[in-house]
Design a protein around this ligand. Structure first.
Ligand SMILES: NC(=O)C1=CN([C@@H]2O[C@H](COP(=O)(O)OP(=O)(O)OC[C@H]3O[C@@H](n4cnc5c(N)ncnc54)[C@H](O)[C@@H]3O)[C@@H](O)[C@H]2O)[C@@H](O)CC1
Ligand SMILES: [K+]
Length: 504
């Protein structure tokens, strides 16, 4: 079947006009799901939609009265199928759970299992997967017209382990039509690989968007709309934080800043430490190194012999950052002296690693060809000076900012009341924060947080999560009408904003 036919088929199932769907990884899907929950659409509601979509697909391929066997795992993929069973009263349905019901892994899947039991549906726990093999008399899978594969969804990677492996072999052995829920069990929705011992499906009903690699399988694919609001993808939320949250204390941030100003590099470097990096370095002129160090004993300040950054230091700094695989923050407090701007040009021309570019260093980015991976963090004024739109409301200028980022070839995090984060293709808006955060130093904080998150994830995700976390750090300090927040106070709130409950 061609992609166009698949899209057309999915339109029939969804009852909406065919439109080419985008691709989403399983990991990002979980983030969008968490964002939806924070917007008031809880996952149990999405599970209900998913189950309903599976039932609709079954009605397309099997006549009433047909024998349907659901083989479910103990995760949410199984939960979707428990829901589907309730929509299939016109069929002869048996739901098999691989394992014991007490071990169902999530509340929402368990609640849907309990509902089946209490409503007297035909449910069975399979504690010994050999019960499913063809020579077993315990359960005859071969009687099924349709087998629903709801063992494993987007929560897995690698070859199937037992009992799923035996069950998959038994399913593949039958002549029944196999319909997979979300992905065929064994399919890695992040990498697009299919385990060699995975389920071979004839139909796949996947949710929200197709997943990488699904289109290449020899199966009929339906993409079902399950009612996730577009805002769950568009607006930064707690799911974005989960994606970018550091899992271990790791990595080094290298702030190149200071000269005319000293607070800015110190704030950026401290924010990176608060956001999980192991070491935070500041390369700064000798004349101000002591002052920067005096703000925080946690920083490692590396002085160079001049009053301000100049081309003499550029190659050395790029070489040092690359040797240690540092994430660079370029710009805080550097000033706009000609020789400093020349030094930032030279640095970016030779540097090939990752960097957050902020403040005075931003103006050179449009003129420079660089192999570095950059996240540029302009405020309104800096964005206009770089050649982007000049606007009061970044949100109204989203399309222009997106086009600007596409042209620039780097991720842009434009800072305003609502931040706009874009790589020129994918674009997000961040609404967290308080009016009081319109104070000196919060931009430096954000640069440091994004740098730390770049250790963990890709530039767009790091910038999105960084913007959200910085806003939550501000919200934690003050009611939205309190205008006295200080960036230095926000530092202490970063860990809770990043690792605490962010969806309250
Ligand atoms: N994310 C979303 O937006 C939604 C997800 N839903 C469903 O939830 C599913 C994801 O659910 P879960 O995250 O609970 O994960 P799964 O239901 O995919 O299962 C995860 C379980 O598989 C086990 N596992 C991992 N690797 C394995 C391997 N190689 N062999 C055997 N077992 C393995 C893990 O221990 C874990 O218990 C989706 O595929 C979809 O069906 C839907 O309910 C609706 C919304
Ligand atoms: K599945």
């Amino acid at each position: 079947m061609t992609t166009t036919e698949r899209v057309a088929l999915s339109a029939i199932f969804n009852g909406r006009p065919a439109e080419p769907s985008r691709m989403i990884t399983g990991e990002r899907m979980a983030a969008v799901d968490a964002n939806a929950a924070a917007l008031g659409v809880p996952q149990k509601q999405l599970m209900e939609s998913s189950g309903h979509a599976v039932a609709r697909a079954i009605r397309e391929i099997a006549d009433p009265g047909a024998r349907i066997v659901i083989v479910a795992g103990r995760g949410n993929n199984g939960g979707d199928a428990f829901v589907a069973a309730r929509f299939l009263d016109a069929y002869d349905v048996t739901t098999l759970l691989l394992g014991r019901a007490e071990l169902i892994g999530t509340d929402i899947a368990r609640e849907n299992w309990d509902a089946l039991e209490q409503a007297d549906y035909d449910t069975r726990e399979v504690t010994d997967s050999s019960a499913l093999t063809p020579d077993s008399s315990a359960f005859d899978l071969s009687e099924a017209d349709v087998i629903v594969d709801a063992m494993l969804g987007t929560g897995i990677s690698g070859d199937l382990r037992e009992p799923a492996a035996t069950a998959a072999a038994a399913i593949n052995d039958t002549d029944a039509t196999v319909l997979a829920v979300d992905v065929p069990s064994g399919f890695d929705a992040d990498g697009g690989d299919h385990a060699s011992n995975g389920v071979e499906a004839d139909h796949v009903v996947t949710f929200h968007d197709t997943k990488p690699g699904l289109d290449d399988l020899d199966a009929e694919l339906t993409v079902a709309d399950i009612g996730i609001p577009a805002a769950a993808e568009r607006f930064a939320g707690p799911g974005d934080v989960t994606l970018a949250r550091p899992q271990s204390r790791d990595g080094r941030v290298f702030v190149i800043g200071g000269g005319p100003y000293t607070g800015a590099p110190a704030l950026a470097a401290q924010a990176a430490l608060r956001a999980g990096v192991e070491l935070s370095f500041v390369a700064a002129p000798e004349s101000v190194a002591g002052e920067i160090q005096s703000y925080a004993e946690d920083l490692i300040v590396q002085p160079y012999g001049s009053d301000r950054l100049s081309p003499d230091q550029a190659d050395d700094l790029a070489e040092t950052a690359e040797r240690h695989d540092d994430i660079v923050v370029l710009g805080p407090g550097l000033g706009t002296a000609d020789e400093t701007l020349e030094a930032t040009r030279q640095f970016l021309a030779s540097y090939t690693g990752a960097a957050v570019v902020d403040a005075d260093a931003l103006s050179v980015v449009p003129e420079i060809d660089t192999e570095a991976t950059l996240v540029c963090t302009p405020n309104r004024r800096e964005l206009a000076r770089m050649g982007g739109p000049d606007t009061d409301s970044l949100r109204d200028a989203v399309d222009e900012i997106e086009a600007f980022a596409a042209d620039l070839g780097h991720v842009v995090l434009a800072k305003g009341v609502d931040d706009v984060i874009t790589d020129g293709d994918r674009t997000r808006i961040c609404r967290s924060g308080t009016p009081g955060m319109k104070v000196g130093g919060t931009g430096d904080l954000l640069a440091g947080i994004v740098a730390a998150l770049l250790e963990e994830t890709d530039p767009l995700e790091a910038a999105t999560a960084g913007a959200y976390v910085s806003g939550i750090a501000g919200e934690r300090l003050a009611d939205s009408d309190a205008l006295g927040v200080l960036a230095s106070e926000m530092l202490d709130e970063i860990p809770a904003a990043l690792w605490g409950e962010t969806d309250a």
